[in-house]
Design a protein around this ligand. Structure first.
Ligand code: URA
Length: 258
């Protein structure tokens, strides 16, 4: 079989898989061929070294990095059983994330709050309802074309910011999710998530409003929806960011209809 024929078979199987999984079609991943090996070109560059747990406890295979047979279900199961940081002792439910398996947009938040801890689902409280409205304004939703996840998967007590030693062991989970999902873009909400992903101390006011390359995936930092709930003046810049997200999706993904 020629490389072109292999590409066509791979693209067809990819699309059929998408359709069977969630009835949703979008352009397939790009594939590269070397000899008889075919591999999706995805954002391996964003995959950092698996963090070493501070306590010496491994917390499961998330800390071993993504494997060939990895799946979103496997990540979710490991998140639910994770004991790699002290947040496991105070959580009610871990919150792996939810959405479609081949999203246009991966939304990344900081970590579960009280409502998310109680339900095991991301962004379901007041901030989550606002996030859903923001996404809907540009034709996006977790049911149709987004995946919603957090930097830490368990609630920090009292909704405090997650500590570096809580973010570090959780990073492998998000990295595996990014690799498996292959989003067209990442929408990173708030200072904590943005600083954690980009490994910077720069403020969100400086970082927001433009795409930043994240290992080959365009990442757009914006304010966190809970920030808007506390400060109405953030609505306008967030709307500017959403418009930028919309035009970028129109350019990059032919299945995006808005
Ligand atoms: N805030 C977040 O950052 N994530 C959630 O899941 C809920 C609120």
């Amino acid at each position: 079989m020629t490389a072109e024929q292999k590409t066509n078979v791979a693209l067809f199987l990819d699309m059929a898989g998408d359709y069977l999984r969630d009835g949703y079609k979008r352009p397939s991943r790009k594939y590269s061929f070397s000899g008889d090996q075919v591999s999706p070109i995805c954002s391996d560059a964003v995959l950092t070294e698996p963090p070493v747990p501070a306590s010496g406890e491994t917390g499961g295979s998330a800390l071993e990095g993504p494997g060939v047979e990895d799946s979103l279900e496997a990540v979710a199961a490991e998140v639910r059983g994770c004991t790699a940081c002290p947040l496991c002792a105070t959580r009610t439910m871990a919150v792996p994330g939810e959405g479609v398996s081949r999203p246009l947009v991966l939304v990344v938040g900081e970590g579960p709050g009280a409502d998310e801890d109680a339900s095991g689902r991301p962004f379901v409280g007041k901030a989550g309802q606002l996030l859903d409205k923001m996404l809907a304004a540009i034709g996006l939703s977790r049911e149709q074309n987004c995946f919603i996840a957090n930097v830490v998967k368990c609630r920090p007590p009292g909704n405090r910011d997650p500590l570096p030693e809580e973010i570090a062991p959780c990073a492998a989970f998000l990295n595996r999710q990014i690799r498996l999902l292959g989003p067209t873009v990442i929408l990173c909400t708030g200072k904590v998530a943005t600083q954690a992903l980009l490994k910077t101390d720069e403020g969100i006011g400086k970082l927001r409003g433009r795409f930043i390359d994240y290992g080959g995936i365009p990442l757009l930092p914006t304010y966190h929806p809970s920030g808007i709930l506390h400060n109405e003046s953030l609505k306008r810049p967030v709307w500017e960011d959403l418009k930028l997200l919309r035009t970028t999706l129109m350019d990059r993904d032919e299945t995006y209809i808005n």
